[in-house]
Design a protein. Structure first.
Length: 708
DNA sequence: ATAGGGAAATTTTTT
DNA sequence: ATTTCCCTAT
C-alpha cells in the first residue's frame, strides 16, 4: 500500500487519494498522468475496498486503453481482469450488443466506417439524381451527430445551400441516410454513442445496471470530449458522480472534430464541489524546452492556468534552421539525423501529411530507415476492405453497401447493369439487396452467375456461424480464388502479403481474445488505425519516426524536429480567421514542443510547393513566442555552438495580465448579457456571447462584470 | 469489363 | 504534384 504512494509526488498523491465525488486532474504534458490514474485505481481497490467490477476507465484510443490495462495488470494482478477499461466507442458498442434491441437495433448490426458512410451517401445522391459530392454531406452528418443535435436544429442555423443543394434537400439526404443505415442493420461511430444515450434515457433499468458497473468513472484526455461524450459521461456519472477526469486544456487539438475545450474548462461549474488537482511537475523535458513551451502556451487565453515545472535542469536552446525551400529543409533534417545517429530516439513532426513525402525521400536517400505513422491505415487498404466486406455480409446479410462491394469482386461477370437492375428491384419491392439476388431469375435474363454467387454466400454464412474469423477468411480466399485473382494484378504480390497479414491477425486474435467472426469485425471496426504491420526491411526500433503533430500526442522522444513552421502551415491557413482556431494551432505547436526530452529543432522553408504551385511564406508567428535567449539559429551544416542553459531555479513566470480578465471566465455585459472571455490582450478582451458570437471590447468602457 | 484520359480535390482525423 | 474519381472508348 505504501508503494502506491511513495513513488509519487505530492500532487499526484493527493489525486490518487481522492475518493468519492467529482475531481478534475489538470495534468500537464509529461506530468505522469496515466501513472496517476493507474495508481488511483489501484488505491481504490486496495485501500477503499472498491470492487474491480465497479470501476470504469474511458480513454480515446485503443492504444491508450491497452496500455492502461497492461499497467493495471502489473500493478494489481488478477483483479484487473474485472476492471472495465475501454474507449467511449467500444464501451458503447459492448452495451449495444446486449441492449441494442431496446433502441431498434437488429442483433447482427455492423459498424460502418467512413468509407461505408460515403458509399451510402453516394447511393442516396444517385437515388435523388443529384450531381453532388458526398463530402459536404458527410461533414453535415458529422456535425449534427458529433454535437448530438437534431436535424431541424441544425438546419435552422445552416446556410441555405449545403454541398450545392438547398438545405431542405440536404435534410432529406440526412433522413434517408439514417433510415438506410437502420434498414441495413448498420450504425456509424457516432450512432454508437448517441444510441447509448438514447438507451439510457429510455430505459432507466438498463442505466441503473450499467451505473453499478461504473460506480467509479475515469475519463482520460477529457479536453478532447465532444458534446456527446460529455453527455454520455454525465449520464453514467449520475446524481452522485464519482467521476475523475484527467486532461490538459493546453493539449486540446481536436476541435475540428467537435471536441469542446469548454468541457474541461467548465468542469468545476458543471460538477459543483469538484476537487481540482494540478500536476505541474514535468518529468520529460529539459528546463530549456519547458521554458519555451510555457512561453508559447502562455499566449493563449482559453486555458486553465498552469505552469510546468522542470525536474531535469539545464538543457540546450532550441535550434532554428531557416531553409530557402522545403527541399533544403528536408535535406537539413536528414543531415542532422544522420549526424546524431540516434534514429529510434528521433521524431520528425509536421502539420500536414503532405509534408511527409519530401522528408521521407531525403531521409531514405541518406540511408535512414523511416517509420511513417498513420499514413494509410492497414485496414483501409482495398484488398483488406474487400475481404472484410465478405465477413460483414456473412454476419449481416442486410448490409447492402458491403454486399455491393463484393458482388463483383473479384470480377465474376455481374456487371454494373445487372447490379443496378437488382438494386432497383430490391427498392421497389422493399426487400434487401440479398433477397433481390435470390430472386435474380425473375429480374434478369442471365441469372447463372448471380445464383452461383448467392450459393457461395450461403455457404459462407454457414461458416460464419460455425467457425472463427481465421477459418472464415480462409474459406473466402478459396471460394473466390482471390490468390489467383491478385496474382494477375500489377501490385498483386504486395496486396497478397497484406492479405496474409490479415489472416495472421485473425489467427492471433482468435488465440488472444477469442470469439466469433462478428466479434472480430467489431474489434477491427473500432481499431481502424491499428499499428501498421511492418513492411520491408526497417524495424521500427531502428527507424526515425515521422508523423503529424496530432499523431504525436502522448509520445515522447529525446530529439524532436518540428518542421514547416510557416504562416499558413502552422498556423494552418484555414485556422487564421477565428481566434479559437488559432489558439488550437498554438496548442498543436505546444504539443510538438513538449514531445521533446532533450533536443528540439524547429525549421521553416521560405519557399515550398503546395499543390504544385510555388508559394513563399513568412516564418510562423509562433516562433516569435520563443524567448530569444532560448532560440539559436544555426546554419546549413548545423552548429555546435548552441548555448546551454545554466541551471536556473524553475521559477514560475509572472503572467502578463494587463486586464483583469482571464480566458474562460464568465462575464456579464450590460447589453450583450452573459458570455465567456476568450482572450484578454492589453486593455482589450474578446468575449464569446452565445448567439451573438465574438465581440472585442475595451475593458475600460465595456462595463463588464465578473460572474462566478 | 476495363483501360485511359481528364477534371477536381487536396488540414488535422483518437473512434 | 499527385491522387482520386468519373466518364468514355474500346
Amino acid at each position: 500500500m505504501d508503494d502506491l504512494l511513495s513513488s509519487l509526488n505530492p500532487a499526484q498523491q493527493e489525486a490518487v487519494k481522492h475518493y468519492e465525488g467529482p475531481a478534475l486532474v489538470v495534468a500537464g504534458a509529461g506530468s505522469g498522468k496515466t501513472r496517476t490514474v493507474v495508481h488511483r485505481i489501484a488505491y481504490l481497490l486496495r485501500e477503499r475496498r472498491v470492487y474491480p467490477g465497479e470501476i470504469l476507465a474511458v480513454t480515446f484510443t485503443n492504444k491508450a486503453a491497452g496500455e492502461m490495462k497492461e499497467r493495471l495488470a502489473k500493478m494489481v494482478g488478477g483483479p484487473s481482469k474485472d476492471l472495465w477499461v475501454s474507449t467511449f466507442h467500444s464501451a458503447s458498442l459492448r452495451i449495444l450488443r446486449v441492449y441494442g434491441e431496446y433502441v431498434g437495433l437488429k442483433s447482427g448490426f455492423v459498424v460502418y466506417d467512413d468509407d461505408d458512410q460515403s458509399a451510402l451517401i453516394k447511393e442516396i445522391l444517385k437515388e435523388l439524381e443529384l450531381e453532388a459530392k458526398p463530402g459536404p454531406f458527410r461533414a453535415m452528418l458529422d456535425r449534427i451527430k458529433n454535437q448530438g443535435r437534431s436535424l431541424s436544429e441544425y438546419l435552422g442555423e445552416a446556410p441555405d445551400f449545403i454541398g450545392g443543394v438547398p438545405k431542405e434537400l440536404a435534410g432529406d439526404i440526412y433522413r434517408r441516410y439514417q433510415s438506410g443505415m437502420r434498414s441495413q442493420g448498420a450504425v456509424d461511430f457516432n450512432d454508437l454513442l448517441l444510441l447509448s444515450i438514447q438507451l439510457f434515457e429510455e430505459q432507466p433499468a438498463v442505466l441503473a445496471k450499467i451505473r453499478q458497473r461504473a460506480r467509479f468513472i475515469h475519463v482520460d484526455e477529457y479536453q478532447d470530449t465532444n458534446p456527446v461524450q460529455y453527455k454520455l459521461t454525465k449520464l453514467l456519472a449520475g446524481e452522485n458522480p464519482n467521476l475523475l477526469v484527467v486532461g490538459d486544456p493546453d493539449q486540446s487539438i481536436y476541435g475540428f472534430r467537435n471536441a469542446d475545450i469548454n468541457n474541461i474548462l467548465d468542469f468545476t461549474k458543471d460538477y459543483p464541489g469538484a476537487k481540482v488537482f494540478r500536476l505541474e511537475e514535468n518529468y520529460r523535458s529539459t528546463d530549456a524546452i519547458l521554458k519555451v513551451a510555457n512561453a508559447v502556451i502562455e499566449k493563449n487565453a482559453l486555458r486553465l492556468e498552469k505552469v510546468l515545472r522542470t525536474v531535469k535542469t539545464g538543457g540546450e536552446a532550441v535550434r532554428l534552421y531557416r531553409a530557402p525551400n522545403a527541399r533544403e529543409e528536408a535535406a537539413f533534417v536528414a543531415r542532422e539525423v544522420v549526424k546524431l545517429a540516434q534514429y529510434p530516439e528521433t521524431a520528425v513532426l509536421y502539420r500536414t501529411n503532405a509534408q511527409s513525402r519530401l522528408l521521407e525521400e531525403h531521409l531514405r536517400r541518406a540511408g535512414v530507415p523511416v517509420r511513417l505513422v498513420g499514413a494509410v491505415g492497414f485496414f483501409e487498404r482495398r484488398e483488406i476492405k474487400d475481404l472484410l466486406a465478405y465477413g460483414r455480409v456473412a454476419v449481416n446479410p442486410l448490409d447492402g453497401i458491403n454486399l455491393r462491394r463484393i458482388v463483383n469482386t473479384p470480377p465474376r461477370g455481374i456487371g454494373a447493369n445487372t447490379v443496378a437492375k437488382l438494386v432497383e428491384h430490391a427498392q421497389k419491392s422493399g426487400s434487401s439487396v440479398l433477397q433481390a439476388l435470390r430472386q435474380a431469375e425473375s429480374v434478369i435474363s442471365r441469372p447463372q452467375q448471380v445464383q452461383a454467387f448467392v450459393e457461395m454466400l450461403d455457404s459462407l454464412i454457414e461458416t460464419a456461424f460455425e467457425s472463427g474469423p481465421a477459418q472464415f477468411f480462409e474459406q473466402v480466399m478459396d471460394a473466390i480464388g482471390f490468390r489467383e485473382a491478385l496474382k494477375q494484378e500489377l501490385d498483386g504480390e504486395e496486396r497478397l502479403q497484406n492479405i496474409e497479414e490479415l489472416l495472421r491477425a485473425a489467427r492471433d486474435w482468435e488465440e488472444e481474445e477469442g470469439g466469433s467472426l462478428s466479434d472480430f469485425l467489431d474489434s477491427v471496426a473500432l481499431t481502424a488505425k491499428a499499428e501498421e504491420p511492418q513492411k520491408g526491411e526497417a524495424l521500427p526500433e531502428e527507424s526515425v519516426t515521422l508523423m503529424t503533430l496530432h499523431n504525436a500526442k502522448g509520445l515522447e522522444f529525446p530529439t524532436v524536429f518540428l518542421v514547416g513552421l510557416e504562416e499558413n502551415l502552422l498556423p494552418h491557413r484555414n485556422s487564421l480567421n477565428r481566434l479559437e482556431d488559432l489558439e488550437e494551432e498554438r496548442r498543436l505547436f505546444y504539443v510538438g514542443i513538449t514531445r521533446a526530452q532533450e533536443r528540439l529543432y524547429v525549421s521553416y522553408a521560405e519557399e515550398r510547393e503546395t499543390y504544385g504551385k510555388r508559394e513563399y511564406s513568412r516564418p510562423s508567428r509562433f516562433l516569435d513566442d520563443i524567448p530569444e535567449d532560448l532560440l539559436k539559429e544555426i546554419g546549413a551544416f548545423g552548429d555546435t555552438s548552441v548555448p546551454v542553459l545554466a541551471y536556473t531555479r524553475p521559477e514560475p513566470k509572472a503572467k502578463t495580465v494587463l486586464s483583469d480578465f482571464k480566458g474562460g471566465e464568465r462575464v456579464k455585459h450590460p447589453r450583450f448579457g452573459q458570455g465567456t472571455v476568450v482572450a484578454a490582450l492589453g486593455g482589450e478582451v474578446t468575449v464569446m456571447f452565445p448567439g451573438l458570437g465574438l465581440k472585442k471590447l475595451a475593458v475600460k468602457f465595456a462595463g463588464l462584470e465578473k460572474m462566478d
